[in-house]
Design a protein around this ligand. Structure first.
Ligand code: YXS
Length: 259
């Protein structure tokens, strides 16, 4: 049974996360299917994509599959890791990706949602950034994305507290482009999608890529990058990193010792 479904209706592609048993956790399998679905819709000349969860999902996605986080000693969010690859896929698609969110979004799935171009949520949308809860040292490109979209203070609050952000707050701070009643969410999203398809796909593709290049244009001297990587290595080599994963699997609160 696939974990991701997709279809094309005119120029509007839809990609549906459909692994309810694991709350659409971003496993290697789900991510591989997600990338394949997007690539197929791109080849079939979709002009816009809607990324959504299956009908009735209370959880849009539970984030990175914790069971697949590498054990200490290996960067959990390296350049070629599945989660980072799907973020790049979304950024490089030449058409807008609309995240339609009618449930809770956790950890790496928040990064997937924020990497989409336009976010439309209902009152059931909720965003929780969990690295500190799991003991994961998030990666620089992800931190930069949160800083650019939320501003550094709110990004710090999300990462330090691992507290959920409500749909209202997410809309107020600019995570959600639109906050729409759940009953109207689908119609609103697809009306916006159809509107995009009536505009020039070439102009939109060039503009999306320009936004990406301009948005990432923050020069980072090599020694600063190396310093950040050193800070992250100390975390993913730590016992706390192991404790974060273990506590999730044992369904108990983590006890972090700072070592
Ligand atoms: O044990 P079974 O097989 O029944 O499966 C359970 C859960 O193990 C599974 N599941 C997950 N499996 C792997 N990775 C996950 N992230 C994950 N989340 C859930 O789904 C089945 C049902 O889970 P259950 O009973 O808890 O469902 P629920 O409806 O009561 O609660 C839904 C959630 C999402 C509130 C709850 O499952 C939850 O809190 N999940 C963990 C959310 C989270 O902390 N995600 C962050 C993952 S780490 C990550 O994304 C990055 C590395 S970082 O942290 O750096 O951003």
């Amino acid at each position: 049974m696939p974990f991701v479904r997709h279809h094309l209706d005119g120029f509007v592609g839809t990609v549906t996360l459909d692994h309810p048993e694991h709350r659409n956790a971003l496993s290697d399998t789900l991510i591989s299917e997600l990338i394949d679905a997007m690539e197929e819709l791109r080849e079939r000349k979709a002009r816009v994509m809607v990324l959504r969860a299956h009908e009735g999902a209370k959880v849009w996605s539970a984030g990175h599959d914790v069971r697949e986080l590498p054990m200490p000693g290996r960067d959990p969010l390296g350049y070629d890791d599945p989660l980072v690859r799907v973020l790049r896929e979304i950024q490089h698609l030449p058409m807008p990706v609309l995240a339609m969110i009618d449930g809770s979004v956790w950890g790496g799935a928040c990064d997937v949602a924020l990497t989409c171009d336009i976010l439309i949520g209902s009152e059931k949308a909720q965003f929780t950034m969990t690295p500190a809860k799991i003991g994961v040292p998030y990666n620089p490109s992800g931190l930069l994305r949160f800083m650019n979209i939320l501003g550094v203070n709110l990004a710090k609050e999300m990462f330090f507290t691992a507290q959920s952000l409500s749909a209202e707050r997410a809309h107020a701070v600019g995570i959600l482009n639109h906050l729409v009643p759940s009953t109207e969410l689908e119609a609103f999203t697809y009306e916006l999608a159809e509107r995009i398809t009536r505009n020039s796909p070439l102009s939109i593709a060039a503009t999306k890529e320009s936004f990406r290049l301009l948005g990432n244009a923050s020069p980072l001297p090599p020694n600063m990058f190396e310093r950040i990587q050193g800070l992250r290595r100390a975390v993913y080599d730590s016992g706390d990193y192991k404790e974060g994963i273990q506590s999730f699997l044992e369904r108990r609160p983590p006890v972090f010792k700072g070592e």
